[in-house]
Every structure is written in C-alpha cells, then in structure tokens.
Design a protein around this ligand. Structure first.
Ligand code: SF4
Length: 430
C-alpha cells in the first residue's frame, strides 16, 4: 500500500486482501438526503449561506436536523416552492431572484451563496446552475453564487458535502507556483484543522491549503503541482473534479484513531519527501497521547460486537479503527457506496472476519442484525428507535459527522462515542 511505506519507528500493519466478497443490495433504503450536510458545512465556511430551493418537507428536514443549533441568524434557509411553482403557474426563476436579492440586502456579511437543489426543484427541472450564473453576474465580485444538488434521490446524506465541494472546485484559483502544495480535502472542525496544520508544519510541509476554507476569500489554489489528501471517505466527485484540474491524490487510509492518523500523515510525508526521523519527531508525542487515551476504552470495548447499517460512508474507516485499535469484533459492515479506489488502503487493513455489504435492502439487513444481535448497531436516526425498542444498543452515525473525531487528539473522543451507549445500558440495567 502506497500510504504506509516502512520507515524507522513506524509500524507497518499486516495487510489482508482488499479483493473480498461484497454483498450488493438494492432495495428500500433508510437514509437522510444530501441537504443534511448543510448542518456542518454552514458552520465551517463562516461567511457562506445555503439557500435550499425546495418544499416544506425540505424546510422541516433542515429544521429538525439542525434544530439543536438554530441561533439568531442561521446561515441557511429554504426558499419554499409553492404548489403554483410546482405546477408551472409561476415563474420560479423570478421568485428565486427576488428571494436572493432580499437575502443579500438583509445580510451584507454573506460572501458566498449556495443555491441547493432538492427533489422538488429537480422534478420541475429548475436549472439552478443557470440561476447561479445569472445571479453571479449581478452580485459578483462581492458575493460568489454557486449551486449544487442536495436532493434525496439516490443519494446518502454525506454526498451533500461531496456535491458542495465539487461545486467549489471550478471556483478555486489556479496554482501558480511550481513547488508542490498540499490540499487537505473534506470539512474538518477548526480545532482539528489547526492541529493538522501544526503537524504538517512540524513535518516540513509548509504550503498547505484546506477545502472547504473557513472564509470565501480563502479559496485554496489548485493545479498540476497540487497533491491532495482526502480527510473524508465520501468525496468521490470532489476528487474527480480536482484531478480534472491536474491535482493528484495521495492514497492513504483516513485519519481516524492513532494508527489511521499516523498512516494518513505518513502518506503525505512520503509524498513530500519528509525525512523519516523528522516525521517521527513531529508525530511521536501526539501518537503516544492518542494511544494512551484509547487504553481505558479498549478495556471496555474489546470483544464487543459491532454491526454497521449503511448510512454515512464512514463505516469502513470506522470499522477498521474500532477493530484494530479497540479490539471490537466486526459482524457486518454496510456502506451505502463502496469507493474501492479511495478505500483500498482501508480495505487492506480491515480484518477478514468483517462481512461487507454495499447499498441497502433495509428489511433483509434488519433481519441479519436481529439474528446477530450485536452489542452495538451503528445506524441512521430512523432505525435507532425501533432497534433500541428491541433491546439493541445503537449509535447514530450522523453524530460522527457532527463531532470532531479525526486526528490524534480526538481519538479518545471517538472511542468514547462507542463506549457511552454501552455504559448507559449497563447503568440502566443496574
Ligand atoms: Fe425530502 Fe428530497 Fe427535500 Fe430531501 S431534498 S428533504 S429527500 S424532498
């Protein structure tokens, strides 16, 4: 595996076979749609606004998904399409332009506006890319207007972030320098981003950008000298768009847990020719802290069984981390979509005991979970309550997107997310 070359002091994990059987299912699915990504993206890009062009259902989804974090001036809203829009009786474009101009007048702090497509806007074939181009002419350069689809048809909720970042790629400036630069791709909590920036600096990699940026004006440059490292496993479209701009992907596992973080950083270090001794000096203390933080959780979680329903696309890196670093036992690891190229390094590390499934047929999968009765089932909100009512312990997969879990300093927090539900159940029994 290219991301884990041997170097002094870095343990190279034993690898298994990435070509393993995968159960493919195409049936009824229980997942949120891509609009959900707005909940964490609007916190990341601090001067962006997300205007969903959708129905009351979309507005309700946003409200309930983000309900806990509504504040005085949220940076997302829904332009609700009424029945007369859907029936073609009104000019939806005119109404959209009016909604955008009201919004921009009222919120001069907005520097980037995303028009987010939904099932209803797609059903009436409202062309949001033309709307974005038209509105950009009016509001550029003060406000950059882009569009992407968050529609629920055939998507999973993390694809909203993928579509959003892919829409940003054409707006990135051209990298002029010939010296290689590193681009970290995927929304990370600011605290995690800062930690990684410090680690890359200590490794001697100075020219580092992050996508998405915190501010609209800080779009990182991209070009043939850019090497990018995915921080999230669900960014297939974004990676493709970056490759079309000439950038090349650094293959690596994802930065979950002490081992995953070391291998992720090591892949960048190898790509940039960092001296192995310098790499160890930069990472050893933080890696040791992460391992220490995991120890007490290992005592609690080792031997406990896990079942993943397909939901976030984080399932495979999570399963790898929980089994290899905490000794948890994998039963089924389901993922909505298996990107074999981006997950190749993860699949090599996954123990053979895990049976993989891609896609969903929710009834059949529920039957398998009931038969296996895992200690923890990782699933979407829709399945959690019924499973809890049947006595199974669950973990909401969406929580893993709202909580900072990447990097060394967050390894203990990630483990605690899985220890807590079991602990709560034990207390309830007592
Ligand atoms: Fe429902 Fe589609 Fe709106 Fe998502 S985009 S809330 S799936 S109608």
């Amino acid at each position: 595996m290219s991301g884990a070359a041997a170097s002094p002091g870095v343990a190279v994990p034993s690898v298994g076979c990435a070509e393993r059987p995968v159960l493919r299912e195409r049936g009824q699915r229980e997942v949120f749609c891509g609009l959900t990504g707005i909940v964490w993206l609007h916190r990341k890009i601090q001067d962006a606004f997300f205007l969903v062009v959708g129905s009351r259902t979309c507005a309700h989804l946003m409200q309930s998904a983000a309900g806990v974090m509504i504040f005085a001036e949220p940076r997302f809203a829904t332009a609700v399409m009424e029945e007369r829009d859907l029936a073609g009786l009104a000019d939806a474009n005119e109404e959209l332009d009016a909604a955008v101009s009201r919004l921009i007048e009222r919120r001069p702090d907005i520097r980037m506006l995303f028009l987010v497509g939904s099932c209803p806007s797609e059903v009436i074939k409202l062309d949001l890319s033309r709307a974005a181009a038209r509105l950009s002419e009016r509001y550029a350069p003060e406000v950059r207007i882009l569009n992407y689809s968050g529609s629920g048809i055939e998507t999973t909720f993390t694809q909203g972030e993928d579509n959003c970042l892919a829409a940003l790629v054409p707006a990135l400036p051209e990298a002029e320098a010939e010296a290689p630069s590193l681009l970290v791709v995927g929304a990370l909590a600011d605290v995690v981003e800062d930690q990684f920036a410090r680690l890359f600096a200590a490794m001697g990699i100075g020219n580092v950008g992050f996508l998405p940026p915190r501010r609209a004006r800080d779009l990182p440059p991209v070009g043939p000298s850019t090497r990018f490292l995915l921080a999230q496993p669900f960014l297939g479209e974004t990676a493709r768009a970056l490759e079309e701009r000439g950038a090349s992907r650094i293959a690596a596992p994802f930065p979950l847990g002490a081992e995953g973080t070391t291998l992720w950083l090591k892949a960048a270090a190898d790509s940039f020719g960092t001296d192995p001794m310098r790499f160890r000096a930069a990472t050893a203390a933080a890696e040791a802290r992460a391992k220490r933080a995991l120890e007490p959780f290992r005592a609690e979680l080792a031997g406990r069984s896990l079942f993943f329903f397909p939901d976030s696309q984080l399932e495979i890196p999570l399963a790898r981390m929980l089994s290899r670093e905490l000794g948890m036992r994998l039963t089924e690891v389901g993922t909505p979509y298996l990107h074999r190229r981006h997950l190749a390094e993860e699949l090599e590390l996954l123990p053979d005991e895990a049976s993989l499934s891609e896609g969903q047929d929710v009834d059949r999968q529920l039957a398998r979970a009931r038969e296996l009765r895992p200690d923890i089932a990782v699933c979407g909100l829709g399945l959690a309550n019924p499973l809890e009512a049947e006595g199974l312990t669950t973990k909401w997969s969406i929580e893993l997107l709202f909580t900072p879990i990447q990097g060394y300093e967050q390894a203990g927090d990630l483990a605690s997310l899985f220890a807590r539900p079991l602990d709560r159940k034990t207390r309830l029994r007592v």
